[in-house]
Design a protein around this ligand. Sequence first.
Ligand code: ADP
Ligand code: ASP
Ligand code: MG
Length: 405
Amino acid sequence: MGLIVQKYGGTSVGDLDKIGNVANRIIKTYKAGNDVVVVLSAMSGVTDKLIAMAQKAAEKPDRRELDVLMATGEQTTASLMAMMLIGMGYPAVSLLGHQAEVRTDNAYGNARIVNIGTDRIHQFINGRHIVVIAGFQGAEPNGNITTLGRGGSDTSAAAIAAALQADVCEIYTDVDGIYTADPNICSQARKIEKISYEETLEMASLGAKVLQIRSVEFAKKFNVPVHVRSSFNEEEGTMVMNADAEMERLVVSGVTSDKNEARLTFKKVPDQPGVAAKIFTPLAEASIVVDMIIQTSPTDGHNDITFTVPRGDYERAMAIGEKIVADLGADSIRGKTDIAKVSVIGVGMKNHSGVAAKMFATLAAENINIRLISTSEIRISCVIDEKYAELAVRVLHSAFGLDAE
Ligand code: ADP
Ligand code: ASP
Ligand code: MG
């Protein structure tokens, strides 16, 4: 018996039947004597539909109002779930983000949770209520509704679990756990039984959307064990936790792909001190996060500077780039959005050589051109043409010995 936070994703609450199945699952945990706090996503597809509607209502929807709109998706599922639980004879109450005192900064559309006041939640728990909280949302200091970025209900759940010092944060989704690669891309992917926060952070930041990256940051910081599992069966999923001796010690433990970046290249930039600052300062001032950067070696006193930005910021980055081409003395700026970043991740890489060489050789064998490379202690990423993303994941998965037997 303990305090359990359960988060159900969009597909798990996709219609009333599914909400009913989830209600039964919640009741089972509750009847076993646990305190249960439930965090819900919107029904699958609803957030996309709301965004599409907003874009029809206004060319550039006001960001405050867009968050008010997007938050309704989670409001719907939370109230329906609480209604259903009450109808089945269990005490339940729904709370919107601000009612659950999820306090955020004011970055509409991508707000960060600053803190969570737990008094109200505790009051309900102490009265043996099942507390159903709308995920993905909070309120900024003036009380305006904010949302936490796509996939943000994971972060709501992890942050609430951390604030309540829950025994576990269960993330229920449409796959059986965290796999060595996206099982919807790589049929040979294997479910990982236990994985460290560190590796999960890398996987989440490199395209494995099974957990939003900030949820893993919260869990790691507050030491909350996260159990990623399916809402459609009873199988044990994947435990995300501090590294322990029993974890599989593979050189590479996962392969990811990410189609959310775009590439820009300044051609023939004079090879002088200060040019990089001239390029990256205005981008930073526009809050555009630059990921990979590569500079060719100079020929005739000039070089090319290529970098990637989130695809959603491509137009803004291009507009800034076009403005500074002349000032830089560069020849031109070019861009490409149909790129993908494929990555291999593993803590075992720290003390192994040859991982990069193997990755490059594997991609070369498929005639896949590598456009950019970046590395950290526990991962290697290559930017390639988008059309090869799935193929690259599969061949790398196989080359690093991860395929299911
Ligand atoms: P939810 O709506 O439950 O939040 P998401 O669609 O956000 O679900 O995340 C689950 C999806 O994440 C899976 O359907 C799968 O396609 C994708 N995914 C990507 N990489 C992985 C991985 N390594 N392991 C498991 N799932 C992954
Ligand atoms: N409904 C939000 C989204 O689609 C949040 C979530 O599902 O986690 O991004
Ligand atoms: Mg999700």
